[in-house]
Design a protein around this ligand. Structure first.
Ligand code: NAD
Length: 472
């Protein structure tokens, strides 16, 4: 339909600054008409998303397969069902989220009352990424709609089939006078970023986040930045080794084949325990993917040949290749790399510099488990810090000493499903948060409102400031 900007057929028409400007102007008009503010509008759009998720499940799974070879069950669990849960939660809670919060006033303002009124910000922009290209697009949109905003979504060009499907489905199911999709890459995003938005939620790399934030600063636009980094998992010896190993697999290889912001990037354990942990990981990996993991159909592929090349370079680096204790096989045609474990890659190796975002697991060893704290603290603050232990003292000390976006003890990934927890980073892993009520709040303004009557008029507020008044 002509209302969807940038559908593939319309790509010949370049989405430039002029188009971006007129799109924002149009949406501002719709927002200012008050259309998106009503509870009914928000609920009707959320209901339509819910319907879309039910009716188009197959199309979504198939797009995710085309973009990432994502296994159907993985696609359902990690993207579709999470989106459904988010939408259902917003539908159930929206009326209570929208109720103004009464606040006590003081004797000096008597008689008066006060409340915090939550209002939408206006026209907001969501820029999304390719690794969970459906969920990470629709979930912020659910938040923006819940809060009563008009919204433009810019999905990732690196997952083109999902991007095209989002453009088609959102146009088909939602009110396209207020909710739009702009497909495209850097030029289109740059044109969008040139505009004045009322909020931008960006998911992606810290490098591009700097571009987004600089563009936003020109208009004093607030941002939520959902970034990544190297998420550590500290593994103590006092654990259920088999369960811990399986859960580490779930947070690395079974999560988009390691291409996940909340995936375990590397493990820290003691020198003494490392051999046992490696044995157990290998054992469990082979139970999941067999002896020849490149043949397993149960994992996503590396998204592109450039990412494949980047990952292969990491394991082929001279000072790293002789530290591979498991895996290392690759198949360039299928864009697959076997689950790979590297023991103690040097601190200055490429693999220990940036987020890996692939199926390679470095294991760093330390003398005592407490030494892991120093390793984590010497690096940028991660999006998630994982810990495996039964030691209560160690848990407490980890929570107290390690700063990270989120934390999960004795499992991976699942903290994401707790509706009451905010999801977001700190420092280099991002700023602001979303999910559930945090999405609603993130796309809202908390307006301070006070009500007075004409009673209680204190003379001291008005000149002349006589000594008599000061005594009152
Ligand atoms: P990316 O920053 O390259 O791309 C993300 C988006 O930015 C895309 O929509 C892309 O079109 C746009 N973009 C790219 N270059 C741009 C430019 N120069 N100007 C304007 N826009 C531009 O990120 P990526 O490589 O797709 O994503 C990987 C990163 O995202 C990892 O660091 C990962 O940890 C992080 N991530 C974070 C979360 C989270 O929720 N915190 C989720 C998934 C991924």
């Amino acid at each position: 339909s002509a209302a969807v900007v940038g559908e593939v057929e319309e790509k010949r028409e370049i989405f430039d600054v002029e188009k971006a400007r007129s799109l924002v102007k149009e949406l501002q008009g719709v927002f200012n008409s008050g259309r998106t503010k009503s509870y009914e509008w928000r609920i009707s759009q959320l209901n339509s998303i819910s319907k879309m998720l039910d009716e188009k499940e197959k199309d979504i799974t198939s797009a995710l397969y085309k973009d990432l070879s994502k296994p159907e069950i993985e696609a359902f669990v990690s993207e579709i069902s999470t989106a459904k849960a988010s939408c259902k939660h917003a539908l159930e809670e929206l009326s209570s989220w929208m109720v103004p919060e009464k606040v006590q006033t003081s004797i000096s303002t008597y008689p008066s009352s006060a409340e915090i009124v939550t209002e939408p910000l206006g026209v907001v922009l969501v820029i999304s990424t390719w690794n969970f290209p459906f969920l990470l697009s629709i979930d912020p949109v659910i938040g923006a709609i819940s809060a009563g905003n008009a919204v433009v979504l810019k999905p990732s060009e690196i997952a083109p089939v999902t991007s095209k499907l989002l453009a088609k489905l959102l146009d088909e199911y939602l009110d396209n006078s207020a909710i739009r999709v702009v497909e495209g890459a850097i030029p289109e995003t740059t044109a969008l970023l040139d505009q004045k938005w009322d909020k931008i939620l960006y998911t992606g790399s810290a490098k591009v986040a700097r571009i987004v934030m600089a563009a936003a600063a020109k208009h004093l636009t607030p941002v939520i930045l959902e970034l990544g980094g190297k998420c550590p998992a500290v593994v103590n010896s006092d654990i259920n080794l088999q369960v811990a190993s399986r859960r580490i697999i779930a947070g690395k290889w079974a999560l988009n084949n390691g291409q996940a912001c909340i995936g375990v990037d590397y493990i820290i354990t003691t020198k003494e325990f490392a051999p046992k942990l490696i044995d157990s990981l290998v054992n469990e990996i082979e139970k999941c993917y067999g002896k020849n993991p490149l043949e397993s159909k149960d994992k996503a592929r590396i998204v592109s040949s450039s990412h494949f090349g980047r990952l292969v370079k990491l394991i082929d680096e001279d000072k790293v290749s002789d530290k591979i204790v498991y895996g290392g096989q690759r198949d360039e045609n299928q864009l697959l790399i076997a689950p790979t474990i590297i023991l103690n890659p040097p601190e200055d190796s490429e693999i220990m510099k940036d987020e890996i975002f692939g199926p390679i697991m470095p294991i760093l060893t330390v003398d005592t488990i407490e030494d892991s704290f120093g390793v984590i603290k010497s690096r940028p603050k991660p999006l998630v810090a994982y810990l495996f232990t039964n030691n209560e003292q160690l848990k407490k000390s980890y929570v107290k000493n390690i700063s990270s976006g989120g934390m999960l003890v004795n499992d991976t990934v699942l903290h994401l499903t707790v509706k009451g927890l905010p999801f977001g980073g700190v420092g280099e892993s991002g700023m602001g948060s979303y999910h559930g009520k945090f999405s609603f709040d993130g796309f809202s303004h908390k307006k301070a409102v006070m009500y007075r009557s004409f009673d209680g008029d204190a003379p001291i507020r008005y000149p002349p400031y006589t000594p008599e008044k000061a005594k009152l």
